[in-house]
Design a protein around this ligand. Structure first.
Ligand code: FES
Length: 91
């Protein structure tokens, strides 16, 4: 079942220098059909960079947090969210 997905890419300083800049091309990896159902925004700081045990960069997909986020991880989460599967979020 299709549903809308919210993606927030942390572009705070810590996440940005740890690789979030590479995530800003996420849209290029999504189909037009996916893009019609996904909102992608930046976040100044998701407040996770001060938590122990989680490593930046962080991306929030709906209510789930991906740490050490990569394009591939976000695409896997999007696939799970759109197809009703499970994704092992870090938080
Ligand atoms: S800079 Fe990304 S969570 Fe703080």
């Amino acid at each position: 079942m299709n549903k809308n997905i919210r993606i927030r890419i942390c572009t705070g300083t810590t996440c940005y220098v740890m690789g979030a800049s590479d995530l800003l091309v996420l849209e290029e990896h999504l189909s037009a059909e996916q893009l019609s159902r996904i909102s992608i925004t930046g976040a100044a700081c998701l407040g996770l960079c001060r938590e122990h045990g989680l490593k930046p960069p962080f991306v929030q997909v709906n209510d789930g947090i991906i740490s050490m986020a990569t394009i591939e991880k976000v695409l896997d989460a999007v696939k799970a969210e759109t197809e009703g599967g499970l994704y092992a979020y870090d938080k």
